[in-house]
Design a protein around this ligand. Structure first.
Ligand SMILES: [Zn+2]
Length: 341
């Protein structure tokens, strides 16, 4: 039997359905691929692009070895374009979509198809979505638009009704451990050197293969150590009786880039959640802390009420960040709120 999209793990039904549609020439002109980060949305989009442009007939579509396939995987194929949310912005704006739209009406340079992948589609402003809708209503021939999104609710229903929606599946834990060890050498190493950390990563990945591999990636875990030390210092500064200057100096180490700050705040939320949960339930699974004793001691020294106030403060900072507020101001008001508790 023919194998469709060999680089997409699991998701057999989706792959078969889209693969046969491509082969029979009944290809939809728009897709909405839904799934959490690390669930394979980008891989599926690239496989669709490669399948449409692949120059070889064989038992697998795409072949993965012809020049078109290789260049598409490397991001070097002129007729496959990717639009992502800029790292320092919270939204994908209307101008970026308009530029994309204009480009769709130019003729293809190396194939019969032009493929436009829009990642973080939920971050498109309503204006941007409406600009996209115009082209979805009457797409130029040969154009395929692929939207990737973590939150389908934020996509206008008028867009959804013009795109074929597919949802990436999650893997169960045993399947996830098997696939991760098969694909990644870091994962195999970790499984031997630290089975506990391996198991924690599988659990933290919550069914997403890409996320499992990211969590087990060596460079990532080294970066994570740095992120964690910044948060650990902030948490220690929250203990009752600590001089206020200590917290100010600890939050000074927070990153000034929006995306990085968001990820640090996520970590701070996990730390706070761990401490609140550990006081209530001794057996709870900890996400931030590796030592339960340390977690409980800090929770004791900070107090549940203050921890909950801090959680609110972080939530508020998060909200401001996703609404494009100035990063320096967000850090300043977060510090003030944490210090006022
Ligand atoms: Zn190929």
């Amino acid at each position: 039997m023919k194998k469709y999209f060999p680089r997409v793990f699991g998701n057999v039904q989706i792959s078969d359905r889209i693969g046969t549609a491509i082969e029979s020439g009944r290809m939809p002109h728009a897709f909405l691929i839904l799934g959490p980060d690390g669930s394979g949305k980008h891989t599926l989009a690239k496989e669709i692009a490669a399948a449409v442009n692949c120059g070889r007939l064989g038992n697998s579509l795409p072949c993965g070895v012809c020049s078109a396939c290789k260049r598409i995987y490397d991001g070097n194929f002129t007729d496959v374009k990717l639009l992502e949310r800029p790292k320092d912005k919270a939204t994908v704006g209307v101008n970026a979509i308009k530029d994309f739209r204009e480009d769709m009406f130019l003729s293809a340079t190396e194939s019969d198809h032009k493929i436009y992948i829009i990642a973080d589609a939920e971050c498109m402003t309503v204006e941007a979505q409406n600009a996209l809708l115009k082209v979805l209503e009457e797409p130029p021939s040969g154009v395929i638009i692929i939207l990737l999104s973590t939150e389908g609710d934020k996509i206008l229903t008028t867009i959804k009704s013009r795109a074929q929606t597919v949802s990436m599946e999650r893997f169960d834990q045993s399947e996830l451990s098997r696939l991760a060890s098969e694909i990644s050498s870091d994962a195999r190493e970790l499984k031997h050197s630290s089975p506990e950390k391996f198991a924690a990563a599988i659990m933290g990945a919550d069914g997403r293969l890409g996320e499992a591999i990211r969590l087990m990636d060596k460079r990532f875990s080294e970066g994570l150590e740095e992120e964690r030390s910044v948060i650990a210092r902030i948490v220690r500064a929250l203990r009752r009786g600590t001089p206020r200057a200590e917290l100010i100096s600890a939050t000074n180490a927070l990153p000034q880039k929006r995306a990085e700050l968001l990820s640090e705040l996520e970590l701070l939320t996990s730390a706070i959640r761990d401490m609140v949960a550990a006081r209530r339930d001794g057996g709870v699974h900890l996400i931030f802390f590796s030592s339960r004793e340390e977690c409980l001691a800090l929770a004791e020294a900070i107090g549940t009420k203050r921890l909950l106030d801090c959680a609110d403060a972080v939530l508020e900072a998060n909200g401001h960040l996703t609404k494009n507020a100035n990063v320096t101001n967000v850090i300043a008001s977060l510090t003030a709120r944490l210090n006022s508790n």
